[in-house]
Design a protein around this ligand. Sequence first.
Ligand code: ADP
Length: 161
Amino acid sequence: MGTAIYPGSFDPITYGHLDVIERACRLFGKVVVAVTHNDAKQPLFTLEERRRLVEQATRGIPNVEVDAFEGLLIDYADRRGAKVVLRGLRAVSDFEFEFQLALTNRRLNGEIETIFMMPRDTFTFLSSRIVKEICRLGGDVSPFVPPEVQAALEEKLRTAQ
Ligand code: ADP
């Protein structure tokens, strides 16, 4: 199969995102992890920092490409010649928003399909927001993120305080 785009803010990338990426890599010829801006969120890391962390975390996976984009996802997918957009679903709470997003994108470009993947059950509770909160409060985030992400979080949250 062709190329799938996995868009997100990845602020920062977690083992939940990585689980989805690894699953997708077994189904698609290429998975483009596309880091972008989310209007609803004030990110801790800059776009470039987030992109670099995704790059480090996915280094061992051969058919992954990491990119960043601004603007409409469907325009980006078009530019990349991708027909599939990948999103992760953790729990029912993700569904409402993801459903809206997928159908809006379909309305904007009927050629692009959104495909949802569920992570391993142990990662269904995991979110970047919770990881940041744990780290900010001095907790150990090593079960949730790769070592380089943990280091970046500690560095960022230490200098922020
Ligand atoms: P966005 O700001 O676009 O929601 P995120 O980085 O928060 O970006 O998430 C990107 C995608 O990955 C979303 O579809 C989200 O539901 C999914 N995702 C986030 N965390 C997990 C996880 N632990 N397991 C599976 N999917 C996840």
